[in-house]
Ligand binder design. Structure first.
Ligand SMILES: *Cc1c(COP(=O)(O)O)cnc(C)c1O
Length: 489
């Protein structure tokens, strides 16, 4: 490659780097499909892949021009498959990023999912008697053990659990909710709307910042069916505030023959779980305080699969399980396998390596993150000539959980490879997102930030490769200083 022209255009230099068809065709990545589908078809696919890359470059966008990437793309074209749902490297530092699928599963949970996915399983089958069984009976046993509740069941997600609970316990009647708890979480979970679809009527009491037990007491009438407490998962009210205590509410509900429902959102199974997260309501607290029903998500702080967990009294869970909506919201075998394994890891106190990934990510010590960041920075600087440095930053739990508890972290801040292009950091972030594998970083004040807390160590090589592929027309031998000089001309 010749000396850099000094201009920030991606196009001309990268176009020259596009490899000839033969160089891509002979790549190992294509060996299997060449045998399987014949050379001619693969040649066409390679031409198409190179054509796509050329078009992107001509449009001023990044495209991978290295033979391995083009070979992979050609294979996708031959097989007609680029999965729509693909693994992504999450470098945002948001641990429960809903857009990126919330909690990654433990390796043990992944194995359990694969084992039941591959063939048949005893999902609703009593092996001993050879009869039809209940799909949630196994998981209910484990949940009872972990929460101290009389009974438990599982549905598709916590939004579903809330609709189901309100429908079964209060359809056509009133549910009392504090005005300080009429939350919206994740855009589509809006409590007044959830109540509406359940068929229950919302009876608001108190004010945004203060709601007392007496407010609830005065609102109870012949139409009242339940009291609902909702954890304000994604915001905090500070200053002069007051909320009625749960045990007081439960006592009041039971004195008046009402149901007490506690939607704790994420929740924790025991104090200090996950490590370092304070301030979240405990499932067992709700049960001890006398709630008939406690609702929480499986893929928030529990670190398991997407699902909604309902624990409570045998009578209430029994009514819920008998409702037709339960059938509409039921979970599949893969969810149950992942949940069972995750709960097992938590019960057995697996809080170290090999445990629940979310918990591990939360507790990575800063020096360890710093060492990993140092390794990445060295390669980005020495090999790619990028302007990379280690910065301190903050990770967030996300997923509508624990909004006011940022977690100190160490990130790698990188100036974009083509710094004079318009919105170069945004353009680079886009290139990383559409790469293979896609990388989702954070864009911050002219630089692109990679928070390694949410990047697994096993992903580091792929992360580096993905970054490399977006730096195609930088001279590998040039140092950051040389490049800067060349580009400043
Ligand atoms: C997150 C949350 C929900 C919704 O749970 P999903 O599992 O995402 O459906 C409901 N209520 C509260 C309080 C929450 O924090």
């Amino acid at each position: 490659m010749g000396t850099s022209s000094g201009d920030s255009q991606i196009t001309p230099e990268a176009l020259r780097q596009l490899p000839p068809v033969n160089a891509v065709l002979e790549h190992d990545e294509l060996a299997a499909v060449r045998q399987l589908r014949g050379r001619e078809l693969v040649v066409r696919a390679v031409r198409a892949a190179i054509g796509e890359a050329r078009l992107s470059l001509q449009n001023g966008q990044y495209a991978a021009v290295d033979a391995p990437s083009l070979a992979r793309r050609a294979r996708e074209i031959v097989l007609g498959t680029r999965p729509l749902l693909r693994p992504v490297i999450n470098a945002t530092g948001i641990l429960l990023h809903t857009g990126l699928g919330r909690a990654p599963l433990a390796e043990e949970a992944v194995e359990a999912v694969a084992a039941v996915a591959r063939g048949y399983c005893n999902l609703e089958f009593e092996l001993e008697g050879g009869e039809r069984g209940r799909r949630t009976s196994g998981i209910a046993r484990l949940l009872r053990e972990l929460t101290g509740a009389e009974a438990a069941t599982v549905v598709n997600n916590n939004a579903g659990a809330t609709v189901l609970a309100l429908r079964v316990l209060a359809a056509g009647r009133e549910v009392i909710v504090s005005r300080g708890q009429l939350v919206e979480i994740g855009g589509s979970f809006r409590l007044p709307e959830i109540l509406e679809v359940s068929g229950a009527r919302l009876r608001e009491v108190g004010t945004t910042n203060k709601t007392r037990l007496s407010d609830y007491e005065r609102a109870i009438g012949p139409e009242t069916a339940a009291i609902l407490r909702v954890h304000h998962s994604n915001f905090r009210i500070v200053g002069f505030t007051e909320e009625a205590p749960l045990d007081g509410l439960a006592q009041l509900a039971h004195d008046r023959g009402l149901a007490m429902i506690d939607d704790i959102g994420s929740g924790a199974l025991a104090p200090g779980q996950p490590p370092g997260v304070g301030d979240e309501p405990l499932v067992s607290e709700g049960i001890t305080a006398g709630a008939d029903l406690v609702l929480f998500s499986g893929d928030k702080l529990l670190g398991g699969p997407q699902c909604g967990i309902l624990v409570g009294t045998a009578v209430v869970i029994g009514r819920i399980e008998a409702d037709p909506l339960m059938r509409a919201l039921r979970v599949g075998k893969m969810t149950l396998a992942a949940l069972e394994t995750t709960l097992g890891l938590i019960r057995d106190g697996a809080n170290d390596a090999g445990g629940v990934p979310l918990w591990n990510m939360l507790s990575i010590p800063l020096p360890q993150l710093e060492a990993r960041a140092r390794r990445l920075v060295d390669v980005l600087r020495d090999e790619l000539g990028l302007n990379a440095s280690i910065v301190t930053s903050e990770s967030f739990i996300g997923g509508g959980s624990v909004p006011v508890q940022p977690i100190p972290t160490v990130a790698v801040s990188v100036g974009p490879p083509f710094p004079t292009a318009p919105d170069s950091e945004g353009a680079w972030a886009r290139a990383l997102r559409i790469g293979d594998p896609p990388v989702v970083p954070r864009v911050q004040r002219g630089t692109v930030l990679f928070d390694l807390r949410t990047v697994a160590e096993r992903e580091e090589t792929s992360l580096l490769d993905a970054i490399r592929r977006t730096c195609h027309d930088r001279k590998p031998e040039s140092s950051a200083k040389d490049t800067k000089t060349a580009r400043a001309k």
